[in-house]
Write a protein that binds this ligand. Structure first.
Ligand code: PGA
Length: 251
């Protein structure tokens, strides 16, 4: 059984005070519930304080990115070991904003994923097609390339610390959501890919989140899709009033 997993990507939003208030409200809302997993993913600078604010709560704390190098002269970067050092649990790699706004490749994404796993972190690997790619019927080839290159060199044992997130780029921050049928198609395809690269049991245990305009009023229909195991939420994760209902309705 795959436990529903709801993660909130704050992106470059909120400030120290509002981030702490949100963490506190989520802490109270989640209590000691462990039938679903929740993670919050604040900007780097707030990670240590959010870790402290959520200490003793089941809510995990992640970072939105990580450096592909271990240490050294990489101005502006933050290493996986540093994130681990301040109590961070996971990192997101391959988010479409990293791929499309900052031009990050599948190879770079794969390096970042390895640095995170080596440091003992969990990873959410995002994949997804643009609108042009969907219209050109390239969805499967795009997510296949992103997934197989993204997971290259990962051991079967380490897959226990990897979550996939299918985030169609055309649905992120646009108010457009993939229909349950569209999500079912791609999630099923991704699970098959994981089965092909590893084997059936790994595929059965790997959680695949959906992301792209997830809200309290569409989470139920998305979660009703057998291969949708949770959500990576952007805009609706910034307020307890929208994020907690998504968490509550996830299973
Ligand atoms: P959104 O973002 O929920 O605001 O569409 C999702 C994401 O980018 O992870």
């Amino acid at each position: 059984m795959r436990k529903p997993y709801i993660a909130g990507n704050w992106k470059m939003n909120l400030d120290r005070k509002s981030g702490l208030a949100l963490a506190q409200a989520l802490r109270e809302g989640v209590g000691d519930r462990t039938d679903h997993d929740m993670a919050v993913i604040p900007p780097y600078v707030y990670v240590p304080e959010i870790v402290r604010a959520l200490e003793g709560s089941p809510i995990r704390v992640g970072a939105q990115d990580v450096c592909d190098q271990v240490s050294g002269a990489y101005t502006g970067e933050v290493s996986a070991a540093m994130l681990k050092d301040v109590g961070c649990d996971l990192v997101v790699v391959g988010h479409s904003e990293r791929r499309h706004v900052y031009g990050e490749s599948d190879g770079l994404t794969n390096e970042k994923l390895h640095r995170a796993l080596e440091a003992g972190l969990e990873v959410i690997l995002c994949v997804g097609e643009t609108l042009e790619e969907r219209q050109a019927k390239e969805t499967e080839s795009v997510v296949r390339r992103q997934t197989s290159t993204g997971l290259a060199g990962v051991s079967e044992a380490d897959m226990a610390r990897v979550t996939l997130a299918y985030e169609p780029v055309w649905a992120i921050g646009t108010g457009l959501t993939a229909t349950p049928e569209q999500a079912a198609e791609v999630h099923g395809y991704l699970r098959g890919l994981v089965s092909g690269v590893f084997h059936e049991e790994v595929a059965e245990n790997t959680r695949i989140q959906y992301g792209g305009s997830v809200k309290p009023d569409n989470i139920r229909e998305l979660m009703a899709v057998g291969d949708v195991d949770g959500a990576l939420v952007g805009g609706a994760s910034l307020k307890p009033d929208s994020f907690l209902p998504i968490f509550d309705h996830a299973g």
